[in-house]
Structure formats: C-alpha cells, structure tokens
Design a protein around this ligand. Structure first.
Ligand SMILES: [Fe+2]
Length: 291
C-alpha cells in the first residue's frame, strides 16, 4: 500500500495513510519524512504498537533524547529509559507515574531551555479521557509569513531567553529554585528566527511565554513585543487541534511548531508515551542559515 496523506489545515499537519508503524520500511519512512518536512505535524491513526516498536520508529528519525526533568521528576516507561510517560495516573501510594498531571499545558516548544533542544517529538496515545486533553499545534513558518516584512526584519535581529525554571504545566522543575525574573532565571538564549535545517524555510523559534525575555530589552518593552509575537504565533489561522483517539501517533517538528494541551477531568486517566529525537542541527547553525 502506498503512503498517502491529507492536509489537516492549510497551515500545517498531515493525516498519513498507508503506514503500519510497527513494520514501517525505510522506503515508507522516506515518504513520511518528505511529507513531514512540508507539513511539520504528522498524524498516524489506529497504530497497534509495543513500546519497542514505538522506540524503533522514533529511532529512524535519529538518536533519542532522554526524558526531561519535570515538576514530578524524570518519568520513563519501565524498561525504556528513552521513552517518557505523560500521564496523570498515580501509584497506589499516590506517587505520580507520569508527568504533566491533568491541567492545561500552555503553548511551548519542547525543552527549548536547553542549548540543543530536540528536533522532533512524538506522542502515542495509550489511555484517553472521555473529554478534554486535546493537543493543539501552531506553525511557526506560517506565523512568520503573516507578519509585516518590517516586523520580521526586526525580529531577525533579536534573541529570546528560554526559561528553564518551569515546565509547561507551570510546575517548578525538580531541584530548580523558583525565579520569576527572566533576566536572572536559568535558561538559554536562542535566536528568534531560524531556518528549518533541512528545507531552509524561515521559522520563528519561541519557547514558553512565561518568563520569556527578549535578551537585552527592558522587561516592559520585551513583554509588549512578546505579546504581539505570541498573538501572531497562536492565531487560529496558523494552528490545528488534535482530538486524540486510541492508537494515534503524532509526530511534530520541534523547531517549526509550538504546541499546547487542554486540561481534562481529573477523575479520568490520560496516558501517552513520548519520544524525543536529538537534533543533528544546533539552533545557532539554523539561525545562520536564516540570516
Ligand atoms: Fe510539550
């Protein structure tokens, strides 16, 4: 069966058909990769996988990144240290078995507070609530295209400090001291406009809005400008909403998209396994490409 796809919105996303990720071949992988370069988010429905098969497919994209340190610490899938559990399930002793709980996760890019953030992330649905918990994605190249050229020219000269204090659920990362002054908190400075390392397509690179700071600007001016940037970056026209079904696998490019999650009822369980793929491309090189 040939690999085919249907665009999800004009700005981003593709529903990929004709691929069983448990047995995906190198040729099918190349076809998916080609679609992914242009659409940034791929959705595969109805996948029946083992953790080993999910890890195998993830590894076809590159070396896996170990899970991050969240408010609940590092939560790996037992026996698969490179796979990460996103879940509100707790042990009999009340200890969280996964990360992120049941609340809303604000718009962000995964692990952008690192020097070398992962290039791709992938989620696979294991258990779902009856309602809520949708994941939304935003296309950063599309957001950039909607901005006036003079504004883009200004952004190309700026960098953002990506805060490493809080996770996307708003929790302080384990072992990190709370700090709400982004000029002094832990974090990493990345250029605001980079290029997709494989296609050269210019893209915004944003992280979490909380504690973000445009390096070198007075905080008030930075806040004003960041609010304008976020209004372009999260506008309906550049986003898509994914309502999860069991067996969905969703892959996204972490350099060209942001994502967020809706809250869901705390008395219901939502569990997804996540993999992340290390970048072969430092952001600094992607930024030079965009210059
Ligand atoms: Fe995330």
């Amino acid at each position: 069966m040939a690999v085919s796809h249907t665009p999800i919105t004009p700005a981003l996303g593709a529903l990929v058909q004709g691929v069983d990720l448990a047995t995906i071949t190198p040729e099918q992988f190349d076809a998916c990769n080609e679609i992914w370069r242009r659409r940034h988010v791929l959705v595969f429905r109805g996948q029946q996988l083992t953790n080993a098969q999910f890890e195998r497919f993830s590894s076809m994209l590159g070396e896996l990144d170990p899970p991050p340190n969240q408010g609940a610490g590092r939560k790996s899938v037992p026996g698969h240290p490179n796979l990460y559990v996103v879940s509100n399930r707790k042990s009999a002793e009340g200890e969280p078995l996964g990360a992120l709980g049941d609340g809303e996760a604000q718009w962000h890019t995964d692990m952008s507070y690192l020097e070398r953030p992962p290039f791709a992330s992938m989620l696979w649905s294991i258990e779902l609530p009856q309602a809520g918990g949708d994941t939304c994605f935003a296309s950063m190249p599309a957001a950039l295209r909607t901005m006036p050229p003079a504004f883009v020219a200004r952004l190309r000269k700026l960098s953002i400090k990506h805060d490493g204090t809080y996770d996307s659920g708003g929790n302080v990362r384990k072992g990190v001291v709370p700090n709400d002054d982004p000029t002094r908190s832990v974090g990493t400075i990345h250029p605001m406009v980079i290029a997709h390392p494989e296609t050269g397509e210019p893209t915004l690179y944003l992280g979490r809005r909380r504690n973000a700071w445009i390096a070198g600007l007075p905080l008030e001016e930075s806040e004003r400008l960041l609010n304008i940037i976020w209004s372009y970056a999260t506008a309906d026209a550049v986003t898509l909403r994914h309502s999860w079904q069991l067996g969905d696998v969703v892959l996204w490019n972490n350099f060209t998209t942001m994502h967020r999650r809706d809250a869901f009822p705390p008395d219901q369980i939502r569990t997804l396994h996540r993999s992340q793929i290390k970048s072969r491309y430092p952001l600094s090189a992607a930024a030079r490409e965009a210059a």
